[in-house]
Ligand binder design. Structure first.
Ligand code: GLA
Length: 391
């Protein structure tokens, strides 16, 4: 469904449910992660992009303290009051993303809002694909409610509000990548993030390349502990390096590959394997930036393949479905690089491709995937797009 059609549907549903037009409508896109995996919470670097699919959030103030959320795509409604906003433990757990965002936009005290709100949201980001539909919902909520209640947070602060909603309401200890990519995306450009200083730079890609997302049918659930255990291992490793290196270390960002090689012996084998992934990813993002400047897409793509090998062997956040997609991609000359994108453990692979060959690439990968697993992955060309905004 096109964005315009989604917008029309959301606004029509709003009229049907609440009558009239919404006071505010916002839009926030999903994201792809191109290079730099699990580096954000290690204060490292990432290349990502906002995509051309997203979530619309249409809202008006309520006359009383009622908060009503309608999830168009699920056909479900969640109702509460300002004084009762809290984490939804069972049932309509989707409400945690907008509720958590609202809660932290109000500094943890929703009663400060004075009045409640009534909202309808809907989008066209495939769920569970690793395209950050949840961050898109948070950022759309944040922008719309910021306008409705007159708060004045900047983009990075809004991204952090969404991240806090993930941590406290949704239960995923994520970094800032998804929310920041949704906020800072620009048409035709990658976002190069530095998560130590929270700086977000646009790097233009040129028309001769495109990204293809290939969605495996493997489960992608970041809330079930695997993501959290990876993050914990990185933090444990950073503490260890802070003790053995004669320089300040707060995060793995501060540790070089040479230092890892020299001192890894003091870590458990598993923790050492986890730590080397973000360390290597940081180096790859910096190398990738230099290659992009020279227009060396093959070189950049090779780093994407290295990134996937590091996920497969060290971080162990890949799975056989994602490995199959990357291995199939490697045999196709018009694919420059491929890797898993986002948390991992399922979800999608991100391929850097020659768009002229897109159809053939999708057909070949689907064929090989089907031969192995019996079903077909969903392939879609992604255009790096503009970030979140009021409509
Ligand atoms: C998920 C998280 C992000 C980031 C990626 C991995 O998308 O939400 O914060 O850690 O995984 O790079």
């Amino acid at each position: 469904m096109l964005n315009q059609e989604v917008y029309d549907k959301v606004v029509a549903e709003f009229a049907a449910k609440f009558g009239g037009k919404p006071e505010v409508v916002s839009y926030a896109p999903g994201r792809i992660e191109v290079l730099g995996n699990h580096t954000d919470y290690n204060e490292g670097y990432v290349f990502s992009a906002a995509i051309d699919k997203g979530t619309f959030f249409a809202v008006s103030a309520a006359a009383d303290d009622k908060v009503t959320l309608v999830a168009l795509d699920m056909g479900e409604t969640y109702e509460t009051t300002l004084g009762a906003v809290k984490k939804v433990e069972a049932g309509a757990t989707w409400a945690n993303y907008p509720l958590g965002t609202f809660n932290w936009l109000m500094g943890g005290d929703p009663s400060k809002a004075g009045k409640g709100f009534k909202a309808v949201f809907g989008g066209n980001i495939p769920l569970g694909a690793g395209l950050s539909s949840s961050a898109a919902l948070e950022m759309a909520t944040a922008l719309a409610l910021q306008k409705l209640y007159g708060t004045s947070f900047g983009k990075t602060e809004l991204a952090k509000i969404g991240q806090k909603a993930e941590h406290t309401f949704a239960g995923c200890p994520c970094g800032l990548l998804d929310q920041a990519s949704s906020m800072y995306g620009e048409e035709g450009a990658l976002v190069k993030s530095d998560f130590r200083f929270n700086t977000f730079e646009s790097v233009s890609m040129g028309p001769s390349v495109a990204f293809m997302m290939v969605k495996s049918n493997a489960k992608h659930a970041l809330v079930d502990g695997a993501y959290a255990s990876r993050r914990q291992a990185c933090e444990d490793a950073a503490k260890y390096f802070a003790g053995v290196l004669r320089k300040p270390v707060t995060h793995l960002r501060d540790v070089t590959m040479a230092e890892w090689v020299l001192y890894r012996g003091g870590l458990s084998e598993t923790t050492a394997k986890r730590a080397v992934h973000p360390i290597g990813e940081d180096e790859r993002v910096l190398q990738g930036a230099a290659l992009l400047e020279k227009g060396d897409l093959k070189g950049f793509g090779a780093l994407m393949y290295d990134s996937h090998e590091s996920s497969r062997n060290w971080f162990e956040n890949s799975c056989e479905e994602l490995d199959k997609i990357v291995d199939a991609a490697k045999a196709i000359p018009e694919v420059y690089g491929a890797r898993l994108s986002g948390g991992g453990f399922g979800g999608s692979c991100c391929l850097l491709v020659d768009p002229a060959a897109a159809y053939r690439i999708a057909a070949q990968i689907s064929r090989e995937y089907k031969a192995a697993f019996g079903d077909e992955p969903a392939c879609s060309l992604i255009k790096p797009s503009a970030g979140a905004r009021l409509v």
